[in-house]
Ligand binder design. Structure first.
Ligand code: 3PG
Length: 395
C-alpha cells in the first residue's frame, strides 16, 4: 500500500520508520542524502493533516542508552531541510513520548530517540513492537536501507497497525524492480570490489539473471588466477579459485557472458600517482606488480557491452578509484553509462557501499536513473534475498 491510498487521515498519527543513520564527522553530518530522501514522505503526510512521528536508528548502541549515539542532532538539520519545526522526544516509546505526539498540532513533525537504545528493537521483541505501534495510528516504512533487518521497527510493528510503503521506499522498489525484477533486456551488471568471498551469493544470483556480467576490482584477480593468468603480487583469494570456476560455469549454463579484464594497470606501491604500467593479461607480471585498475582495452569492451544493453545494474568500483590514476576505468565506465542514460538509451541503477562514492568521484551520481541510498540492503537484494522490512509491508 502506498501513501496515495490514505484518505481522511487528518489529525491521525503516522509512525514513520526512516533511515537517519547518516555519516558524521566531528558532530557534523557529512552527507545528508538520507534526510533529503525522507522529505517527500514527511511532506505528503503533513499535507494530509497527519502528525508525523519519525522513528530511526543511529549507529549500533546494542540495546543500551549511549548518549553519543543520540539522534537529537538530526532534528535541527531536518528542520532546516523541511523548512518547518521538528521537535524531539528523548525516547521512542512510553507515555511521555505519546503525550508529546498527541499534543502536537496537526501537520506537526517529531523525531523520536534512537530506537536501538531499546534491547527489544534488534530482538524484534513483540512486546516492544506493541509499544512502538501504540505511538501511531498507521505505520509507514520509508527506510529501504534498513529493510534487511528483521527488527521491531522495521518488521514487527508492520504487523500491528496498518502498514504503508513511504515514497522513498516505493521509489527504491520500483527502481530495483526495473533493474533486476522485470528489466528491459539486454541487462548488464558491473560488480567490483576487493573480494569474491563477500559477494559470493550476489555473483551466483546475478549470473542466473543477467545477459552480461562485468567483473572488476580486486575480485577480478581471483577469476583471472582461476583461469591460470599471472597476476603477480595482486590481491587474490586463492582459496576461492574453485568457487570462481563454479560461478563461471553457472554463468555459462545460464547464458550470461562474463567480462573479465583483458588488460590491467599495475603498480608496485599502494599510493596515489605511484609509477604504473599498462599490460595485457597475457604478459608476465613481476612478483611485486599489483593490479590496481583495468586497462583501456577492457574499458572499450565494457563500454561496447553497455552500449548494447538497455539496463545496467552497478555495484562496486573497477579499480582502486580512491588513488588516482587508478580511478580511470571506473570514471570512464561511469561517464559512458551516464551519457547513455542521459540519451535515454539505458536505465542505470547503482548502489551499495563504495559504489555511490565512486560515482560521486566521477561526478555522475545525478545522471544515473537511480542511485540507492542503501548499503547492506542493496547487496542482500542483489543476492536475491527477501528483505524482512519489505515482506512485512506485503502482509
Ligand atoms: C545502513 O546504514 O546501511 C543501515 O542504516 C543499516 O545499519 P546497520 O548495518 O547498523 O543495521
Amino acid at each position: 500500500k502506498t501513501l496515495d491510498s490514505l484518505k481522511d487521515v487528518a489529525g491521525k498519527t503516522a509512525l514513520v520508520r526512516v533511515d537517519f543513520n547518516v555519516p558524521v564527522d566531528g558532530g557534523k553530518i557529512t552527507d545528508d542524502t538520507r534526510l533529503r530522501v525522507a522529505l517527500p514522505t514527511i511532506q505528503k503526510l503533513t499535507s494530509k493533516g497527519m502528525k508525523v512521528a519519525l522513528l530511526a536508528h543511529f549507529d549500533r548502541p546494542k540495546g543500551k542508552v549511549v548518549p553519543e549515539m543520540s539522534l537529537a542532532f538530526v532534528a535541527p538539520a531536518l528542520s532546516n531541510l523541511l523548512e518547518a519545526p521538528v521537535s524531539f522526544s528523548d525516547d521512542c516509546v512510553g507515555d511521555a513520548t505519546k503525550a508529546l505526539i498527541t499534543n502536537m498540532a496537526d501537520g506537526g513533525v517529531i523525531l523520536l530517540e534512537n530506537v536501538r537504545f531499546h534491547a527489544g528493537e534488534e530482538k524484534n521483541d513483540p512486546e516492544f513492537a506493541a509499544q512502538l505501534a501504540a505511538m501511531g495510528d498507521i505505520y509507514v516504512n520509508d527506510a529501504f536501507s534498513a529493510a534487511h533487518r528483521a527488527h521491531a521497527s522495521t518488521e514487527g510493528v508492520a504487523h500491528l497497525i496498518p502498514a504503508y510503503a513511504g515514497e522513498s521506499m516505493r521509489r527504491e522498489l520500483e527502481a530495483l524492480d526495473a533493474a533486476l525484477g522485470t528489466p528491459v533486456r539486454p541487462v548488464i551488471g558491473i560488480v567490483g570490489g576487493s573480494k569474491v568471498s563477500t559477494k559470493l551469493d550476489l555473483l551466483k544470483n546475478l549470473v542466473t539473471r543477467l545477459d552480461t556480467l562485468s567483473i572488476g576490482g580486486g575480485m577480478a584477480n581471483t577469476f583471472l588466477y582461476a583461469l591460470g593468468y599471472d597476476i603477480g603480487g595482486s590481491l587474490c583469494e586463492k582459496d576461492m579459485a574453485d568457487t570462481a570456476r563454479e560461478i563461471m560455469k553457472l554463468a555459462d549454463e545460464n547464458h550470461c557472458e562474463i567480462l573479465l579484464p583483458v588488460d590491467v594497470v599495475v603498480a608496485q606501491e599502494f599510493k596515489a600517482h605511484a609509477p604504473s604500467r599498462e599490460l595485457s593479461i597475457d604478459d608476465a607480471l613481476t612478483p611485486d606488480d599489483k593490479i590496481f585498475d583495468a586497462g583501456a582495452k577492457t574499458v572499450d569492451i565494457l563500454t561496447d557491452a553497455i552500449s548494447k544493453s538497455k539496463t545496467l545494474i552497478w555495484n562496486g568500483p573497477l579499480g582502486v578509484f580512491e588513488l588516482p590514476p587508478f580511478d580511470k576505468a571506473t570514471v570512464a565506465a561511469a561517464h559512458f553509462a551516464a551519457a547513455q542514460t542521459k540519451a535515454k538509451l539505458l536505465t542505470a541503477v547503482a548502489g551499495g557501499g563504495d559504489t555511490v562514492a565512486a560515482l560521486n568521484h566521477a561526478g555522475v551520481v545525478d545522471d544515473m536513473t537511480f542511485v540507492s541510498t542503501a548499503g547492506g540492503a542493496f547487496l542482500e537484494w542483489m543476492e536475491g534475498k527477501e528483505l524482512p522490512g519489505v515482506s512485512a509491508l506485503n502482509g
